[in-house]
Design a protein around this ligand. Structure first.
Ligand code: DX5
Ligand code: ZN
Length: 217
């Protein structure tokens, strides 16, 4: 299968030096920036919105993967398209009928993604899988970085893998580090969102290549 993708999560990064952080991330082999958008309503935390992503867009050629942990995402999705996101993932819990939004993203040339939180059964996203370019399994409760990987996640990943087509990206997000990425990969994930396990390290390139190596094994 294709090489595993490590997607640094822009939540635990140093926002006081964001340009520098982006340069350091560009120097790693991670071709993606995962933007954790939180509205303080869908999740009990507030991060940033489309304006910040728009400001960073011209600084890097990285693939911008927006993870919208927000209520009423259909009201805001065009802001993220305009900001230059390459993929936009919404939570099924925030939009139980996402077909229209997924089609809208497809028509806009943006990779449509659906995220499922730990308590949500896969049946909720099953009807929409053919319209997704990416499906995201949350392996922590959405809202914060630095949480522990939920142990039942590999089973959920395995089941989801059997439900999607081979070219659909299976992303896992939350608590991914050198001790959990291996089992997530074995279960079928090929795209790994990583926050603390990168930003807690002094050498981001080293952290990314180590994680990619374990995911490949
Ligand atoms: C949590 C976010 C995750 C999180 C990952 O709601 O969706 O992307 O920031 O951070 P770590 O890797 O520290 O769990
Ligand atoms: Zn995320």
């Amino acid at each position: 299968s294709d090489a595993p993708v490590i997607a640094p999560s822009m939540l635990k990064c140093d926002f006081g030096n964001l340009h520098r952080e982006v340069e350091l991330l560009d120097a790693t082999q991670a071709p993606v920036l995962h933007w954790d958008v939180m509205d303080g309503h869908f999740v009990p935390n507030l991060s940033y919105g489309a304006m910040l992503i728009e400001r960073v867009r011209p600084l890097t050629d990285a693939f911008f993967d927006a993870h919208l942990m927000i209520s009423n995402p259909e009201q805001y999705v065009d802001d993220y398209i305009k900001a230059g996101c390459d993929s936009i993932t919404v939570h099924i819990e925030a939009l139980p009928e996402p077909q229209g939004l997924l089609d809208h993203l497809n028509q806009a040339g943006v990779l449509p993604g659906l995220a499922v939180s730990p308590q949500t059964p896969l049946e909720k996203i099953e009807p929409y899988l053919d319209s997704c370019g990416l499906v995201l399994v949350m392996s922590v409760e959405p809202g914060f970085g630095g949480q522990s990987f939920i142990k039942t996640s590999p089973e959920k990943i395995r089941q989801l893998k059997s439900m999607i087509s081979a070219d659909t990206i299976l992303s896992v997000d939350g608590g991914i580090d050198t001790s959990t990425i291996g089992e997530a990969a074995q279960a079928g994930a090929n795209y790994f969102v990583v926050g603390s396990a990168i930003f807690s390290q002094s050498d981001y390139s080293n952290a990314v290549s180590e994680l990619a190596r374990i995911a490949r094994d």
